[in-house]
Design a protein around this ligand. Structure first.
Ligand SMILES: Cc1cc2nc3c(=O)[nH]c(=O)nc-3n(C[C@H](O)[C@H](O)[C@H](O)COP(=O)(O)O)c2cc1C
Ligand code: SF4
Length: 479
């Protein structure tokens, strides 16, 4: 029977568990920090010695932890890219922007167990020789910012922050920085610009890789809230014990935000890859199935920018059977919920937000909604993204307001195909095109039928479609 595996959310929903430091301490809080700060140097067989920060960095690498913010990049590898020889300060930023539509996991940690995040951050800062760190929290989370500021005060009072923390010789200060509410502030370089007090225009990579030229042009680590919490558990359990959770290359636990047409929407912490999409949707321990009398139509598996899956889709995936690589056909609902399986199936687990759509969903309306969001949130630096996201949104607005054309499906794909693939500064270009490409590819008929019906109606009314430019102008006032 699939079930939750609560590691990060172990206490969060227990009756009587509160976000204050006394409650956290009663549940073993800050003991892992004490362990980290007092680790003895490790002597290797070749006579070399590894200091405690290096040991933690090695453990994070060995644990296989992959970033929980979206891209699923190895946390240990990211930390290894940090320029430690520049002579400049190294900064750590906790990305608490949580802006990907469908995602609502980081806020659970912030609201219910803020000290766990602080402990994970302090250990990560100790491991990386960071003495100043920030929590960048989205503007729409005023309560989260208040809770974090109070937790910081409590941690300072107990000497878990400040100068010479617990007499270890390690100094650290952490500040909360509130964003003003923009999706692009979740993109790490846009976030850094915003933290510096500027418009959140993402930076070009290269040269602006945060590990080398990040905040104030200094080496910077940007990690998601959940990733930093996982660091605490890796130090507590040891790398190999942590890596036993989940599946090879997809280790540990992940908090999945499940929303849409299921009976029990909510957040569920699972071992990565040990639960399938179907179990997450249908099992009584998770989504509890679709609403009565409904059938499944589509699933977005990793936040609004992930490519959509159609009910009944099948994929050919390479799997290990008795130690050998074999290709197997796997149905969408049987896909293990992990980083690699979803990429192999042509989508991604992204921010681990699953959006379930049943047969009552108007797919064209659903895509119009997503496209309007991206058109609104493009920062506007790159022409393909700025113009393309708006054109797609306008075309979908026409299609959902009786002004569609049969050719709109092709028109949408043509625009979407010309945005990603290295034509833009940041991955927002991909994020806004993938939904359009996948929705139209998998539900083409619905777009064509809608456009054709509009054309037929206009023909009966003896009207011609407005030229695209004029029609788009008509809705451009909305943006
Ligand atoms: C448009 C866009 C929005 C993003 N929004 C978020 C976000 O809200 N939260 C987050 O943690 N990462 C977000 N990311 C990913 C970050 O750029 C970055 O990869 C992540 O914070 C790194 O942390 P991790 O390695 O722990 O996952 C976004 C990326 C893009 C391209
Ligand atoms: S891809 Fe879009 S969001 Fe990213 S920098 Fe370019 S215009 Fe801005």
């Amino acid at each position: 029977m699939p079930s939750e595996c609560r590691l990060i959310l172990k206490h969060a929903d227990e009756p009587g568990y509160t976000p204050d430091i006394e409650c956290y301490a009663r549940h073993g809080g800050y003991e892992v920090l004490k362990k980290a700060l007092t680790l003895p140097p490790k002597n290797l067989s070749d006579g070399k010695t590894i200091n405690p920060p290096e040991q933690i960095r090695d453990d994070v690498k060995l644990s296989g932890l992959r970033g929980r913010g979206g891209a699923g990049f190895s946390c240990g590898l990211k930390w290894s890219f940090v320029d430690r020889k520049s002579g400049k300060p190294i900064y750590l930023i906790c990305n608490a922007d949580e802006s990907e539509p469908g995602t609502f996991k980081d806020r659970q940690i912030i609201h219910k167990d803020p000290h766990q995040l602080l402990e994970g951050m302090i250990i990560s800062c100790f491991a990386n020789d960071v003495h100043l760190a920030y929590i960048y929290i989205r503007g729409e989370f005023p309560e989260g910012a208040r809770i974090l500021n109070r937790a910081l005060q409590e941690a300072r009072a107990k000497h878990f922050l400040g100068k010479n923390i617990l007499d270890s010789g390690f100094d650290l200060e952490i500040h909360v920085h509130r964003g003003a509410g923009a999706y692009i502030c979740g993109e790490e370089t846009g976030l850094i610009e915003s933290l510096e007090g500027k418009r959140p225009y993402p930076r070009i990579k290269p040269p602006y890789f945060p590990a080398i030229l990040g905040l104030y042009m200094c080496p910077t680590i940007v990690n998601n809230v959940e990733t930093l919490c996982a660091v605490k558990h890796i130090v507590a359990m040891g790398a190999s014990e942590y890596a036993r959770l989940g599946t090879p290359n997809n280790t540990g636990t992940r908090i999945v935000s499940l929303s849409g047409h299921v009976k029990r929407p909510g957040y569920y912490e699972i071992e990565v890859g040990r639960v399938t999409i179907g179990e997450l949707i249908n099992d009584p321990a998770f989504g509890g199935g679709l609403r009565d009398g409904r059938t499944l139509k589509a699933v977005i598996p990793g936040g609004s920018s992930a490519k959509v899956f159609k009910a009944g889709e099948k994929f050919r995936l390479k799997r290990k059977v008795e130690g050998k690589d074999v290709e197997q056909e796997v149905g969408m609902l049987d896909l293990p919920y992990d980083f690699d399986s979803l990429i192999a199936a042509g989508s991604m687990s992204g921010s681990s937000a699953i959006i379930v759509m049943d047969d009552s969903t108007d797919i064209v309306e659903a895509l119009a909604n997503i496209a309007e969001f991206y058109a609104h949130e493009s920062c506007g630096q790159c022409t393909p993204c700025r113009e393309g996201s708006l054109w797609m949104s306008k075309a979908l607005h026409r299609l959902t307001h009786g002004e569609g054309r049969k050719s709109d499906a092709d028109y949408l794909v043509k625009i979407a195909d010309n945005i990603p693939g290295g034509r833009t500064i940041c991955a927002f270009g991909e994020a806004c095109s993938w939904p359009v490409q996948s929705f139209v590819a998998k539900f083409r008929e619905e777009f064509v039928v809608k456009g054709a019906a509009d054309e037929e109606r206009r023909a009966k009314e003896n009207k011609t479609a407005e030229p695209i430019a004029k029609a788009e102008l008509a809705v451009s006032s909305r943006h």
